[in-house]
Design a protein around this ligand. Structure first.
Ligand code: G6P
Ligand code: MN
Length: 439
């Protein structure tokens, strides 16, 4: 049985992930679960809820809660990382500062994602170093930390040898919705996909060898990438703003005759329309703080007082996916999953060393990317511009370069002019005083 550490134990996602682990104990046996967080108070609030989720399934798994890295990682076989540097307070800034300038306010896309990247790369590297120091030498870090594209590039530059697999639940969430639309279990779908994280396209969606993408496109053009009544998405993506996000990609179908976009492409292809419908005073961070976070804290409080844990945490794709990936790494299952990997020719006309999102077979030695071939000039160009923006941001972080940060902001498609880029960057430097390296 494995020792598993969750870095970012105080996350609102932790109970759901642990629940997913509990229903998969036969496939992925656990001796111990450790929660690790630098915010001790927050983690201590959530830990009893997590412990209850574990005890409902097993009396034998050891449960440890700590803010000490050595205790957290000594001898660990797997580390699930989900850090949120600056927490939701800073997510709120990432979203609201650009919006004040009429630019997309999103935690991973546009200036918000770049700002979040500047906060996260160095702490992520620190975490990797701690794991390398204390954990089993074969340990894998499976990393959900956002902004995943930038974090992956930062890790590649700074710790190329680390056993880190960067993942995102958005492609698999899209596949869950595709399954619901087609009336097919999502595990029956096999997809081809190319891009960067939160910036890619499905090119085929096969069910028993037959490509169902044309049918899906017709549905998406009418209803978006979810079922007509939105009822079949899991609670993680059922909030009104998420339903909007799934639906917003409808116009992309009319403009481009091929493929199925990752919904995040709406921020790059029609930023003005997205901004026009965003409330600059109440963004997704507010929705999460007043929703998911408040609900979890209330549940923890009620459990503390009454001994009854109100809401059973659902097993959604977010938790299920990371457990699937862990199983495939642990037992060399060679399952095919969409993950973030070094390109190495998988997308023939993107740089060899770019961190791309493509299908890969997940083996005990890591992901083996599947070749997606060369992509059309239009997509290649969009990808190259986004890649350059992200790579410059990573260089800005490593070198403490204001100039490169400004170039990263200016190159981002969500940002209309260099003046916007500079105004937003300068405000963000102020807001991130406690987090960013000096630029
Ligand atoms: C999806 C994305 C994640 C992102 C999350 C935000 O799951 O793949 O990268 O962090 O959405 O969700 P939230 O509910 O916090 O807005
Ligand atoms: Mn993601």
């Amino acid at each position: 049985p494995f020792i598993l550490s969750i870095a970012g134990g105080g996350s609102t996602y932790t109970p759901g992930i642990v629940k997913s682990l509990m229903v998969r104990l036969e496939a992925f046996p656990l001796a111990e679960i450790r929660l690790y967080d630098i915010d001790e108070a927050r983690q201590n609030t959530i830990a009893p809820v997590v412990e209850k989720v574990i005890r409902d399934h097993s009396q034998y798994i050891k449960f440890t809660v700590t803010n000490d890295a050595e205790t957290a990682f000594s001898g660990a076989h797997f580390v699930f990382a989900q850090m949120r540097v600056g927490q939701y307070k800073m997510r709120e800034q990432d979203e609201k500062i650009p919006l004040r300038h009429g630019v997309v306010g999103q935690e991973t896309c546009g200036p918000g994602g770049l700002a979040y990247g500047l906060r996260t790369i160095l702490p992520m590297v620190e975490l990797i170093d701690q794991v390398t120091r204390y954990a089993d030498e074969k340990a894998w870090i499976i990393n959900y930390s956002n902004p995943a594209a930038i974090v992956a590039e930062g890790v590649r530059r700074l710790r190329p040898q680390a056993r880190v697999l960067n993942i995102c639940d958005m492609p698999v969430a899209a596949m869950r919705n595709m399954g619901a639309i087609l009336g097919v279990d999502r595990h029956k779908l096999e997809v081809d996909y190319f891009g960067l994280n939160h910036f890619g396209w499905f090119t085929q969606v096969r069910v028993e060898g037959e490509d169902r993408l044309p049918e899906l496109r017709e549905h998406v053009a009418r209803f978006g990438l979810l079922t007509e009544d939105a009822a079949q998405t899991d609670p993680q993506h059922a909030d009104p703003s998420w339903v909007k996000t799934w639906r917003n990609i409808k116009p992309i179908m009319d403009h481009f005759p091929e493929y199925l976009p990752n919904p995040y492409l709406q921020y790059y292809l029609m930023p003005n329309e997205i901004v026009a419908h965003q409330d600059p005073d109440y963004t997704r961070a507010n929705e999460v703080m007043n929703g998911r976070e408040k609900k979890l804290f209330a549940a923890a409080q009620e459990y503390h007082c009454s001994g009854v844990l109100p809401d059973a945490f659902h097993v959604g794709v977010h938790g299920a996916f990371i457990v699937d990936v862990a199983c495939s790494l642990a037992f060399d299952l060679r399952q095919r999953h969409l993950v973030i990997v070094e390109n190495k020719g998988a997308i023939a006309n993107l740089p060899y060393d770019a961190m791309v999102e493509v299908p890969a077979y997940i083996t005990a030695a890591g992901p083996e990317p599947v070749r997606m071939g060369a992509v059309p000039l239009f997509h290649q160009t969009l990808l190259m511009q986004q890649l350059a923006s992200e790579q410059l941001l990573v260089e800005a972080t490593i070198e403490g370069s204001y100039e490169k940060a400004l170039q990263a902001f200016t190159l981002n498609r969500t940002v209309p002019t260099m003046q916007h880029a500079k105004a937003i960057l300068d405000e963000m430097i102020e807001a991130n005083r406690d987090y960013w390296p000096a630029l």
